[in-house]
Design a protein around this ligand. Sequence first.
Ligand code: URA
Length: 236
Amino acid sequence: MKAKLNQKLINLIEYYNLINADIIFKNIPIDRSTKLKTLNLEGSKLEKLNKLKNLIKSVKNCELKESANNMVFADGNIQSKIMIVGEGPGAQEDKVGLPFVGRAGQLLDKMLAAINLNRKNVYITNVVNYRPPSNRKPNDEEIFRYLPYLSSHIETINPKILLLLGSTALNTIIGDEEVISNARGKWFQKDIGKIKPWVIASFHPAFLMRQPDKKKLSWVDLKMIKAKINQINLSN
Ligand code: URA
C-alpha cells in the first residue's frame, strides 16, 4: 500500500516536472523554445502509440475532454517521414474521431495533393486531442497538459519533416515569440526528445479559407516541402 502510494507520488512529481507545471502555476512567460521533453515510452512503435492513446484517455480534470464526444488521436501512415500538426479537433473531427476531416481537412487534402502527397503517405495529429468548446483556441494550460503526449507522439513517429499548421502548433513547438506570418516558410531543426526533425510552419487551412489571398504564400511553403522531400531523399 505504502509502496503504491509512493510510486503514485513519484509519477505525479515526474509528470509535473515534465509539463513544467511551475511555469503554469507561477503564471510567468512560457519559454517553449528549449528542447521538448518526451515521455519514456517502451516497446514497438505501435505499442508506444497505444500507450500514448491510453495515457491521453486517462487525463483527468480537462474541460476539453469533458465536453468532447471523441478523442482525436491521429490519422495517416505511422511509417511516414512527414508529420503534420494542427491545432485541435473541430465539430466534424469530434464526431468522427479523426483529425482534419471537416472543411479545413478538405482544403488540407487539396494542399497535400498539390505536392503529390495524401493521407496515406503523411501522418496527421493536433496539439490537443479533444475539441475545444465552440472551436475556441486551446489555452496555455490545456496546451501544456497535452504537450508531453504531443512531443512523445512526434518522437515516436520520428518524422524527418514536421509541418506546423497555424500559430497554435507553431507556438507550442517553437515558442510564444513567433508569429506565423514571420515564421512561415523557413526551415529550422528542433530537438524533440531524441529526434531533431526539419520543421516548417505554414498557415492553417481554416485561416486560408478566411484569407484566400494568403494561399499563394502557402503554395510557396508547400513547394519548399516538396523540395526538401527531394533534397533529403524521402521515399514516401
Ligand atoms: N483544425 C485543426 O487544427 N485540426 C483538425 O483536426 C481540424 C481542424
